[in-house]
Design a protein. Structure first.
Lengths: 450, 450
């Protein structure tokens, strides 16, 4: 069951905050999940949110900090001292602490680290800060349970009790040798169902999937999904166990990747949200619009080179937006399917076969559309048969070529290590505008002979 | 570490299959993860895949069945008897078994169920089949661990050992009362760190998030993400515990939803993949192209009503594709941000404020673009100042209105319970084509006076 923040609730909190009624506030928030308090704070004025934040216990406030919207968190962090931030970080898992530290300025970073109370925790955080945030190293946490292959179940349970104090959720128990090299894992089930004198060596599962510290985050996500894993250990170059990644971090990676692809397809670069500032949104949107404007301008220039035909074949020029739109639509469809196929790793077979299939598909679809258009123009607009035939033929040609471009470009980009998602959206619609209009008028020129 | 299926490996398997060398095949596949074998089978000819499938132990083949591509699975299932399918299902968790059964024909369904060996398992499957697949009931499994609040830790551990035989991964231990109503959960950590005589009542955590059987799957995904849960119990109307959902099922829901939204934005309905048949792809793509064609045809008719101006203001007509393209681009940007905001539940504030913001944003962006265009047309195309001014002004107006439509329509659709993702893609570009062209010529008519 989820708690829904009502307007009344926000008003109540606001009035309690302005009355500085600490006790009533704490009482009101007592049974509310930190994720809901974070949502509430996102809605409050920043002074109120800051006041509320300082009121809460660091055990809860540290969780809230991780759930807040970026801007709200930034504001709150800017009002905390290095010592206060360190107190929050002391409560967090290392991977989360690193995410927060990464948002701080360079000097603040060092100050905060020096204020951390738990030395082990600080050491782990400093280690994690070394890794690129888009790799397994950047995702992993140091909170995991590790047992030596030579221990018995009793020692394991005692050690796990000790280690578990720092680990909020026990996922897997990793088995290492004396050099801390990853050997396998121990299932919790086997542990609680084995006798206490059993040796780890005899019950551990020697097969365990792992990733290297420098594996890309999207690759980690793919592997964890494929093998249906809830946690995966991370090893360094010498196979030493150095961290673990859990599925909830992967859920974020998957969502971010999907959001990014979606925004790219819509012509929005960078990760923006509806509630970001106009300036942030402009930065994400204007470059694509600029590109589209320049591309369209080229398309206009192309059509202008055929302006001699305008006197005699007016109708041809009315249809340019339709041709351009259809080229764009079919191009986006084709590229979206390829981009998704690449993302899901489900593209198989040769490029030639793929292009042939796409050609057949678009030939089939565009012919149906061309016949409809042919009747539409002839009967509704009373164009000559010759003109209707010209527009229809051009539509087929333009759509086939646009769909081939839409198929080819993302595959090509991906081959050269460029994110194929760039190829969707304004990029493909605009380049298809240019090609489409050129092909359209060229075909018209051949058939109508101007 | 991931196993990569090489071409050589496939060739090797193929030749072993044609030689019917069972032993060598089994030896070769022995250390390979079922997810990899499934990938291999997706690549094989269907007779070969079928042969391989029957060769494998049902413990592994049942896992493979779940990982196969839909078409491959369908073929393999069609070649199995009801008894053989039942054997596979006997190895699966109830939620997975239900997914497979749902793909069978009605008669086959009943036959397979009657062939299931484990009566409890069959009963659970039949129960799960009752629920809509897009709800918590459709996602949940019956494999979970449940203890009575009146037991002590020792009884718990004994019971868990018994129940754990059917549960592949122990997530949470749910605590129920004598009426099987969900009371809370027991943490594994607390269980293994408490003395055996402790009562469950004294150590269980009384707060536990749960969802109702009829909660929508995307809502379950949202709740589990928000509260960072790896498993969530499902209760019926009387709060009786009836199942549990794990995060790996939710990962699929999230991915499917993101894929669907992405495809919608690209004008592709239904869930298709690059490797689907031309007929499947046509069904998903042609309707949107048809809609776009009809819409563009209307846009053409609109521009035709202004044809009297063509003699004097040729240049105006060259620019219609540019105006239409920019209207489409900005409309898609605006709607994508709103659709994503709705999906992430992050839209706050009033509609009026949102429209005002979008208006300011697009006014700002389009003015910059209009100034560029003004210089571009005047200096590169040598249009009159009056004409450049007309096109620039129209661009601003068209873009502002297109972005407002892009913002308003998805919010409106969502309010009436229609998937707002429909509003992106061809729908928004086409309707913006029509509005855009009309506004463009209307403004030109006012300024230029034709």
């Amino acid at each position: 069951m989820e708690f829904k923040i009502s307007k009344e609730f926000i008003t109540e909190i606001e009035s309690l905050i302005s009355a500085k009624n600490e006790q009533a506030i704490l009482q009101l928030l007592e049974d509310i999940h930190f994720a809901d308090i974070a949502e509430l704070m996102n809605e409050l004025k920043s002074v109120d949110a800051g006041y509320l934040f300082k009121l809460l216990d660091s055990e809860i406030s540290s969780e809230i900090l991780l759930e807040l919207d970026d801007e709200v968190r930034e504001k709150i962090l800017s009002e905390l001292s290095a010592k206060e931030i360190a107190e929050e970080l002391d409560e967090m898992d290392t991977d989360d602490a690193v995410d927060i530290i990464a948002e701080l300025s360079e000097e603040m970073k060092d100050e905060v680290i020096s204020e951390l109370e738990d030395f082990e925790h600080a050491k782990d955080i400093v280690e994690l800060l070394r890794y690129d945030e888009d790799t397994a190293g950047g995702l992993m946490a140091k909170e995991y349970i590790q047992v030596n292959e030579n221990w018995n179940v009793l020692t394991c349970i005692q050690e796990i009790r000790k280690q578990a104090e720092n680990v909020s959720r026990v996922h897997s128990i990793y088995v290492v040798d004396d050099e801390e090299r990853l050997k396998g894992r121990l299932s919790l089930k086997d542990l609680i169902t084995s006798s206490t004198t059993t040796k780890v060596l005899d019950i551990y599962i020697p097969k365990v999937d792992s990733v290297k510290v420098d594996t890309e985050d999207t690759e980690v996500a793919r592997i964890m999904q494929k093998y249906d894993l809830e946690a995966i250990p991370v090893v360094d170059e010498t196979n030493r166990l150095v961290g673990r990644i859990t599925i909830d971090d992967i859920v974020d990676v998957i969502k971010e990747e999907a959001d990014r692809d979606y925004q790219m397809a819509a012509g929005i670069s960078q990760d923006v949200e509806a509630d970001d500032s106009i300036w942030e949104l402009t930065k994400a949107r204007l470059p694509w619009l600029m590109l589209a404007l320049i591309g369209s301008f080229v398309a206009v220039s192309v059509s202008q080179t055929f302006s001699d035909a305008m006197e005699e074949y007016k109708i041809l020029f009315f249809f340019t937006p339709l041709i351009a739109a259809m080229a764009g639509n079919v191009g986006v469809q084709s590229s979206a399917i390829i981009v998704q196929g690449i993302a899901n790793n489900s593209l198989t077979g040769s490029l030639f076969k793929r292009l042939t299939k796409e050609m057949l598909l678009s030939l089939f679809n565009s012919t149906i559309l061309a016949v409809i258009l042919l009747f539409g123009t002839h009967f509704l607009m009373e164009t000559t048969y010759e003109m209707s035939f010209t527009i229809g033929t051009a539509l087929v040609m333009v759509m086939v070529i646009a769909s081939l471009i839409g198929t080819f470009v993302p595959i090509l980009l991906n081959k050269y290590g460029i994110d194929p998602a760039i190829a969707t959206g304004p990029f493909i619609t605009t380049s298809n505008d240019i090609f489409g209009i050129f092909i359209y008028f060229s075909i018209a020129k051949i058939i109508l002979g101007f």
